[in-house]
Design a protein around this ligand. Structure first.
Ligand code: FAD
Length: 426
């Protein structure tokens, strides 16, 4: 692989995916989907299941983007806590958001329906970096239980050994509804289900622009596609797609933050590190997140870089974060190091909506493994005429980053550096 960011454990253990053809000539269909990550694949599959004829365009291979590079952590909810949502949006909208984003598990439903083999495991632990973080998460768990009857376990520091062999954390919250999975194999499973449902997938097929006249038209490498609806699911690359008279300019709503992962060689004592086999994310702003793979590697994500240039040695960049959490494996052999862009919005809530016949969903802000599948399904539901559930997510507020084309990224970076500094001070 030519791109150093793509040397991943996931790529090395991916199931066979049949290469899809390039687009060769103009086409007509009901729905064109731009982007073959979780959002686009889920939307394409759900649209096909509803009887639409669907063409999906992917500029590389499916799961080339964040969907093939993430930590594989399935974390119920959104980047905001449920109590924050209720405080800002009121009880009715909080109820609707909770029903969608916490109670549904669309990924599990897809895995079961299509028999997707992607090493799915249950259990997610949020580990508190400071005593104050533990107090805050404990209060949130109590609120979830009292307000929504949602079960999660408060784990005091003295009991953390049941989940993690690290003395670093001040307690945590264990959520049995969360979990982890092999993201590329999930995406491949979705892709195969989409093909079986009749979706036509073109790979190595970049979409250049979208126009919405009498009928929307997507211009792409190899031809133009006329459709009744377009779904834009290109996440970090939205700004590359010209939206002509649709005027969406979606690139203004996110900035890409680079994030890196490593996978150790299989570890003889892996189960001792994470005895409950939960995925773990800690409460730092620039968080550490980690879990075991099916073949007992530690997959560890840590450290953000606000520059788009990857570190020369990704393993060397992430290793100190891993060694801080697990000093006992500080010198472990690292087989893979890779990275990807997390598309982050101003308020860290996803930006989902439609303008006319063009739907879009992006900016999941590092919390997309579950919600992307949901977003794709809700877009299909809205397209078929039932928009209530789609409107719940589309109603989330969003604002473009200030600073215009040239200052947007530097200004956002300054803000993020401030929070990262607070991590270090706290
Ligand atoms: C390193 C990393 C770790 C993460 N860890 C977690 C985690 O543990 N848990 C979690 O919940 N979330 C995590 N996330 C976030 C999560 O992976 C994303 O929110 C999610 O995968 C976004 O899916 P998507 O389909 O919207 O976008 P992507 O997966 O980025 O898909 C977009 C696709 O569009 C294609 N594309 C772009 N432009 C065009 C074009 N012009 N024409 C055609 N195709 C185009 C791209 O090639 C890409 O395949 C992480 C992200 C990263 C980068």
């Amino acid at each position: 692989m030519s791109d150093p960011l793509t040397y991943s454990y996931y790529g090395g253990s991916a199931h066979r995916w049949p290469a899809q053809p390039r687009l060769d000539g103009d086409r007509q269909c009901d729905v064109v989907v731009i982007g073959g990550g979780f959002t686009g694949l889920s939307a394409a599959l759900a649209c096909a299941e509803r009887g639409f004829s669907v063409v999906l365009l992917e500029k590389e291979k499916i799961a080339f983007g964040a969907s093939g590079r993430n930590g594989g952590q399935l974390i119920p909810g959104l980047r905001w806590t449920a109590s924050e949502l209720e405080k800002d949006f009121g009880p009715q909208r909080a109820d609707a958001l909770f029903d969608l984003c916490w109670r549904q598990n669309p990924v599990r439903a897809r895995i079961e329906k299509h028999g997707i083999n992607c090493d799915q495991k249950s259990g997610h632990l949020e580990a508190a970096w400071t005593p104050a973080d533990f107090d805050a998460t404990r209060r949130e768990a109590e609120y979830l239980s009292a307000r929504f009857n949602y079960r999660s376990d408060v784990v005091p520091k003295s009991d953390m050994g049941a989940h993690i062999d690290s003395g670093l954390y001040h307690g945590g919250i264990y959520d049995p509804q969360g979990g982890h999975f092999h993201p590329i194999n999930y995406a491949i499973g979705l892709g195969k289900a989409a093909l079986a449902a009749g979706v036509t997938i073109f790979e190595d097929c970049r979409a250049f622009g979208v126009e919405d006249g009498l009928q929307p038209v997507v211009s792409a490498l190899g031809g133009d596609i006329r459709a009744k609806h377009v779904i834009m699911a290109a996440d970090s690359w939205m700004s590359d797609i010209w939206t002509g008279n649709v005027g969406l300019r979606l690139g203004r709503y996110t900035v890409p933050i680079m994030n890196y992962n490593i996978a150790t060689a299989p570890l003889p004592d892996a189960d001792a590190l994470l005895p409950s086999d939960a995925a773990v994310a800690d409460s730092r702003f620039v968080l550490n997140y980690f879990r075991l793979s099916a073949d007992k590697r530690l997959i560890f994500g840590g450290g953000e870089r606000y520059s788009q240039t990857p570190p020369r040695d990704i393993a060397a960049f992430v290793r100190p974060f891993m060694a801080q959490v697990f000093p006992q494996i500080a010198e472990a052999k690292i087989d893979y190091g890779w990275g990807g862009a997390v598309a982050v919005t101003m308020n860290r809530l996803p930006h989902i909506g439609r303008r006319g016949n063009v739907f879009f969903a992006h900016g999941f802000s590092g919390h997309g493994a579950l919600v992307t599948t949901l977003a794709g399904e809700l877009i299909a539901e809205a397209m078929a005429g039932t928009a209530e559930r789609f409107d719940v997510l589309a109603g989330l507020p969003s604002r473009p980053f200030p600073g215009g084309k040239w200052l947007r990224r530097p200004l956002a970076t300054l803000g993020l550096l401030w929070y990262a500094l607070r991590d270090r001070l706290g």
